[in-house]
Every structure is written in C-alpha cells, then in structure tokens.
Design a protein around this ligand. Structure first.
Ligand code: GTP
Ligand code: MG
Length: 242
C-alpha cells in the first residue's frame, strides 16, 4: 500500500485492522497505556519537587534546585533490562521487576540541598520510600556520587488509583557534570585508554567532592544562620495569625 509518504506507515496502519494481529495490537496498547501511567507519575513527583523549590526559594531567597530533568526508559532499554534480569520480556513484567522506568534527575547547587529536598519529599504522606542508595556518603569505586531514591506514589487514574514507582537521582551540578562524562565512557564501546581515562575521572571526582564541600562551607559563611532564622520567625508569625 502506498500512503503517499512512506509505505511502511500505511502497512502499519493496515496491520492494525488485521484480525491475526489483534493480540499484538492489544499488547501495544497495554504498553502505551503503562508508559502513559509512568509519565503521569513523573508529573506528580516533579510537581512536588517544584513546589518544594518554590517554597524554599521564597523563604530563603535561594533556590535549592537548579534543574529537574525527567525521562521515560526507552522500550529497547526496558526489554534489555528484563532480559538481563532473566524474567519474561512482557508488559506485565515491567511494574513487577523495574523501578526505573520513570526517572527524574534533580541537580542542586549544594550538597546540603540534596538532603533537604530528599527529606522533604520522602516525608510527604503520599510518598512511600522503597529504596535509598546514598552514593554521596558511600561513593562508588569509580568516583560516582549521587543520592538515589526509589519512591512510590499513588496516581489517580480514571478507573483506579495505582501505586507507581519513580527513580529520583539527586546530585550537585558538579556531580552531574562528572556523571555525564562518565556515562559516555560506560556506554561507548572500544574507548582507547579506558583504564587511564577511568583513573583520571576518579581523580576528578575526588576534586569535585572537595570543591562541593568547600563551596558549601563558603556559602554558609555568606548566608549566615541569622538570616535564615529571621525568615523562619517571619513564617512562624504568619502561621500564628492564621
Ligand atoms: P541499574 O541497573 O543501572 O539501573 O542499576 P541499579 O538498579 O543497581 O541501581 P543504581 O542505583 O546503582 O543505579 C541506577 C542508575 O544510576 C543507573 O541506571 C545510572 O543512571 C546511574 N548510575 C549508577 N552508577 C553510575 C556510574 O557509575 N556512573 C554513571 N554515570 N551513572 C551511574
Ligand atoms: Mg537504571
């Protein structure tokens, strides 16, 4: 069939009507629906993070979050991971075995902001913390640093409320800069001098960790506790009035 643009598109549309493909089409629909659910879960958690950022920003005149980036895992990566886990590669396996289909990466300026944001998120009534890995306290041998949370949030769909899992990675801008270069080394095949690059990256990770600590110390000297306390008092007064 020629659809005037690309014959394959026409073939695909026609195949949707083929009774022999009914089951496949239904599976594709189920997969799309599940991905929609993960996108909704991302929106729910992202909104919570944005609310925290706005509120903390207006209290302390400094936003703890620099950037929020989200992504849904690619179908090919989902399939590869299920295969690696040696579980059935089907739609039903996805919520059973994977925690990172919905992913949010939060970058903060300072290390203490990471724990402030994480703490305020996981203390919320509708958030259930499934798993936490603190690669800042315990960096990976290659130098990777980041706080990883797997959280579960109820999402209210048309027919039911479903608990959905989201992976939240929180790190400083400097850690993120490091991780993106490291990511290229991990996923690029046949990199020349991979061992010496790894060693250099590890050295950079250590310098970055030291710089993050120094920056936090300097910030604490600039923004004295006094200023923060004054703001806190202001809010306590407003709460009293209400
Ligand atoms: P995955 O199967 O890779 O998802 O790992 P996991 O289930 O053991 O979870 P973990 O919390 O260790 O890692 C989750 C994600 O963090 C990975 O998918 C990466 O996005 C990121 N990550 C973990 N370790 C590294 C690392 O050494 N370098 C970089 N660049 N990213 C990492
Ligand atoms: Mg992952």
């Amino acid at each position: 069939m020629n659809d005037g643009h690309d014959g394959r598109v026409g073939y695909y549309l026609e195949s949707l009507l083929d009774p022999d493909r009914k089951e496949t089409v239904e599976r594709e629909f189920k997969f799309d629906q599940l991905m929609m659910m993960y996108r909704c879960a991302i929106r729910e958690v992202q909104t919570k993070l944005e609310v925290l950022n706005d509120d903390l920003g207006s209290r302390y005149e400094r936003n703890p979050i620099e950037n929020i980036h989200s992504r849904i895992k690619e179908p090919i990566s989902i399939a590869k991971k299920l295969k690696k886990l040696d579980v059935p590669v089907c739609v039903e396996s996805i919520p059973l075995y994977l925690n990172d289909v919905a992913g949010i990466r939060v970058t903060c300026s300072f290390i203490d902001d990471i724990y402030t944001v994480a703490g305020m998120l996981i203390r919320q009534d509708d958030i259930k913390l499934i798993k936490m890995k603190d690669y800042i306290e315990n960096p990976k041998p290659n130098g990777y640093r980041s706080l990883h949370l797997i959280v579960e949030i109820p999402v209210f769909f048309a027919d039911a409320t479903r608990p959905m899992r989201v992976e939240v990675q929180i790190r400083t801008i400097a850690m993120d800069f490091w991780a993106s270069l490291d990511h290229h080394l991990r996923y690029k095949k046949n990199v020349k001098d991979a061992d010496s690059i790894s060693a250099e990256l590890k050295a950079c990770a250590d310098i970055i960790a030291q710089t993050d600590e120094d920056m936090l110390r300097i910030r604490k000297r600039i923004f004295s506790d006094h200023q923060v306390l004054e703001r806190k008092n202001l809010w306590a007064e407003i709460d009293d009035i209400n």
